[in-house]
Design a protein. Structure first.
Length: 149
């Protein structure tokens, strides 16, 4: 990876997002907690999530990731309150498709993930970028399963 490619990848917008991650921390009494780790780089994200009436009502995240993973967590943290499980799954799938096949960016309210499009060429970064949205989708599933049990 050339130095100029790295500079482009870590744009000022990505660094701004990484420096200002909403909902950092942990919830006292979450509906579900999911911890995800990228084996390739060691990034970890722990998501605490609660739902009410089928929508995310409370959210917190503990993010220990590279700037790209932090930027993704920032966009997700800004958009997730009020979302349904299906919106989160759709965003996860769209983000994965955007990174792996240069597909379209996720739809609103997760359209801010478009900023991560330059990372498509860096497959070793994809897992870190996907951690927060994957953890959120899994947490929604756990809440749903707990309520249907």
């Amino acid at each position: 990876m050339a130095e100029t490619d790295l500079i482009k990848l870590y744009s000022s917008r990505i660094l701004e997002l990484a420096a200002d991650i909403p909902h950092l921390g942990r919830l006292d009494d979450p509906g579900a907690t999911v911890k995800k780790r990228s084996p390739l780089c060691g990034s970890t994200v722990t998501v605490d999530l609660s739902m009410q009436d089928g929508r995310v009502s409370d959210y917190a995240q503990d993010v220990k990731a590279c700037a790209l993973g932090q930027a993704a967590a920032s966009v997700i943290g800004s958009a997730i309150i009020g979302c349904t499980e299906q919106q989160i799954i759709d965003a996860r799938d769209a983000l994965r498709n955007m990174l792996k096949t240069d597909g379209p960016a996720p739809a609103a309210p997760f359209d801010g993930l478009e900023v991560l499009r330059p990372a498509t060429a860096y497959k070793n970064r994809h897992a870190s970028i996907l951690l927060s949205i994957e953890a959120a989708a899994e947490a929604c599933s756990k809440v749903r399963e707990a309520h249907s049990a």
